[in-house]
Design a protein around this ligand. Sequence first.
Ligand code: PLP
Length: 368
Amino acid sequence: MTSDRIPFIDLRPGEDDAAVRAAIDRVITRGWFVLGPEVEAFEAEFASASGAAHAVGVGTGTDAIALMLRAMNVNRGDEVIVPALTAAYTALAVLLAGATPVFADIDPERLTLDPDACEAAVTSRTVAIVPVHLYGQSADMRALQSIAQRRSLAMIEDCCQAHLATCDGIPVGTGGTGGAFSFYPTKNLAALGDGGAILTNDASLAERLRRLRNGGQIDRYVHLEAGDNSRLDDLQAAVLRARLPLLSGWTNRRRSLAAAYRRALPDNVRPLREHDTGHVYHLFVVRSPDRDALQAHLRTSGIDTLIHYPVPLHSQPAFTGIARGDCPVAARMARQILSLPLHPRLTDADVARVSAAIGAFQKGRILA
Ligand SMILES: *Cc1c(COP(=O)(O)O)cnc(C)c1O
């Protein structure tokens, strides 16, 4: 048995190495670094690959959410419903846009925004719902869309973990107002730094977003409104263009590794169920009643794991004074979940080793 560590993720370029380096070289040679031809070409290619009419490249996934809220003309005091278990950036984006995040509990099976909790959180001040397609699997969009329509709310999808994912066959980010994507280096489609994009089918929203990301300019040095400075740069866009053609192959590899985990894992952990075949497995998450001991055991066995996320948003110090009420499902899940290594270059042997190590944890406990 090998004693090599199994890292949680490997961010170094692999089969894309030559294409990534060539892309960087091309941008350096051209000498156009921000909102240039690479950004424009990437926007067209990403929109087309994702089944949307428009893509707008921005600085980060956080900004993608915030800019969509700004484009909805949110005002101070307006409320935006977000799930209690997600990256804190989902809610930080709401604050960045000047609105107030309202945390709603999650569904215990899917771990995404619970439609009943979401509906219960709607008030006269609610303007938008921001469901998160957590770990690569869509939220229950059918139920959430129906709430948004009945209550006349904007639907801004946090797709930062869900590149190329679908929900009931519909590409994420295309069923509502728009979808926010991140190209942070750990995401399924990754830049070599920060990057983000918004997908939307609404041409006038796309136009407004192009203005808002660039200081509100309509012409050089003519600012129609007070926009943000959140632009995608050409080096990152060129890297993303080099990687985009490989993304569906990487997604298939993630899916087959997830299936291998499901076959091999012992029953002392419970993988989250796949509710939609459009799941793109940004993360492979299992639940264990002894999560902390299991994580320590795996670390000793040379296997790195992470927890997404250990602290639900309603318990984060940053949101003290904002959080109302309780989200007991999110609190319980945050104590049980563990993300196992999963990336396209993980091998079947790695999956077998992780699964065997988890099996040994059970045996150890039975003997103890
Ligand atoms: C990564 C992530 C974000 C933030 O994206 P950045 O590009 O880091 O700003 C927001 N929401 C979720 C669910 C994420 O995973």
